[in-house]
Design a protein around this ligand. Sequence first.
Ligand SMILES: Cc1cc2nc3c(=O)[nH]c(=O)nc-3n(C[C@H](O)[C@H](O)[C@H](O)COP(=O)(O)OP(=O)(O)OC[C@H]3O[C@@H](n4cnc5c(N)ncnc54)[C@H](O)[C@@H]3O)c2cc1C
Ligand code: SF4
Length: 578
Amino acid sequence: MSAFQIKEVPEEYDVVIVGSGAGGGMSAKVLTEAGAKVLMLEAGPHFDSSKGDMFKWNYSSPRRGAGTKERAFGEFDAAFGGWELEGEPYTRTKGTEFDWFRSRMLGGRTNHWGRISLRFGPNDFKRKSIDGLGDDWPISYDDIKPYYDKVDDLVGVFGSKEGIYNEPDGNFLPAPKPRGYELLVKKACDEIKIPVIPSRLSILTQPHNGRAACHYCSQCNRGCSTHSNFSSPSVLIGPALATGNLTILNGAMAREVTTDKEGKATGVSYVNKADGLDYHVKAKIVILAASACESGRLMMNSKSTVHENGLSNSSGVLGRYITDSTGASRSAIIPALLDGIPHNEDGVGGMHVYTPWWLDNKKLDFARGYHIEIWGGRHMPGYGYMWGVENSNKHLKSPDGTARPSGGGYGAQLKQDARTLYGATVGFSGRGESIARYDNYCEIDPNVVDKWGIPVLRFNYTWSDHEIKQVKHMQDTFEEILTNMGGIFTGAKPGPESNYGIAAPGRIIHEVGATRMGNDPKSSVVNAYCQAHEAKNVFVCDGGPFVSQADKNPTWTILALSWRTCDYIIDQMKQQNL
Ligand SMILES: Cc1cc2nc3c(=O)[nH]c(=O)nc-3n(C[C@H](O)[C@H](O)[C@H](O)COP(=O)(O)OP(=O)(O)OC[C@H]3O[C@@H](n4cnc5c(N)ncnc54)[C@H](O)[C@@H]3O)c2cc1C
Ligand code: SF4
């Protein structure tokens, strides 16, 4: 792109933030409240969950709420995005897998996410010291704990004090009571000594900081019109705008970070999707919060005479050590739940109980652990509910002991079958820690660009034996619990032929790494404050700096780290170091 084609934005900002999800939203809130003039570049359109699709019935849609490529989780879902985006491809090296989920909208994936809000524990920051694999973080739990506390207090998260060492308790709101099927799971797990405790979700069970309590409609994935769950626009961007210091530019696709002769950032160039033209905006500080791999991509595409290999990448580590959680699932029909009495089982849009990692790896043949997400219940049916009545029905017997019609019947029979089966399926999903490896990485594909001519990412990712064995353990555990519940399995247990049903990398949508933190610039991209080693006014506020994954979902740690980074920026600005 030659310079004369780029339009210069007249204003210069203290900070430009790329992305408005968990990390971008937190950065905007903390910095604007400290008085900084901030411009937020967001590739997607504006989104306000109070005007979303929360109250629509699936049957009101001709497609009965079924997903599309652009709304992967259903027609009314609050994720404008999916594993494929029109005009924004990515590629994979042959023989490797990676599916990359992206949302393009104000608030990014926080509009839809599951709100499972777990802190990493003390061990999660020093795994190499414990098992010799991967790396330790340059920070400890004690460094981040004050920020987890602040995030809890600001956002609101329910849970229960359990005193489990590596599952630190937070400042919790009261947890909702377990639903009927969750009590059955707990009973079965108690018998085989698997813990089941109240889940920890950022959903308000009582009014909090001016936001209303949840009214238990169970539709969190559609956004929340009362802002009772966490999304970046509901909790972070609103207050940032109220300071008068935040300007948001929707439809602005960042292309690269520009730098001066010393290698310091001078601003960001971006494509305005509305007119297709390139612009450049000047800023004293640049925060990349475009999501882990996208921030990595932006840095790789920011080449200059000082940053020949991409921004802050003389180590060649940029793009390396990406991880996604391991994932596998299993479900069964539970006889005790068949022909359930109609009742209101609504609650928050997510599980009320879950299983944190409970075993000692010294006695196991794989590293690290997983938690179990528990699902089931009497949800609003949509397209494909219960995988089709006929698929479940054929596993049941009629009251006279004969096999039920495998076609699912029709008319009165079909209605009766649906009533019998409704809410009778219980399932488990394991979400585990994979080990960050140098040879799991993303890089710029030299042959492919997106519709704006921006070079795209090529992924190289494979699972190791640790992850496969971990998922085998998940499957054994799920089978044990479901068998203990008397479950009728509707499918075979995944075995070695399918690597025990392990989801493709990227499918669990917990990708982190790519711009990892460390004290040594030779083996990391940013320092312990998420500041680029080789461009001190560039910071990464998303999952990119994670050194390892933990057996937890990542977003609470993204929020806490981003807040910590912004406090550091404020401090460094006061000292005139930036
Ligand atoms: C279905 C689903 C369920 C999930 N459940 C959980 C859960 O229960 N718990 C949990 O901890 N995590 C969960 N996650 C993951 C969670 O959503 C992410 O960890 C979190 O949103 C990441 O925040 P982020 O700020 O890094 O990125 P995002 O939220 O993805 O935001 C990035 C933003 O940057 C914008 N952007 C990207 N590239 C550019 C560019 N070049 N220029 C300008 N803007 C750009 C995007 O449009 C987007 O708005 C889930 C995700 C999904 C999709
Ligand atoms: S379940 Fe609660 S938090 Fe979720 S969308 Fe409904 S009211 Fe909002």
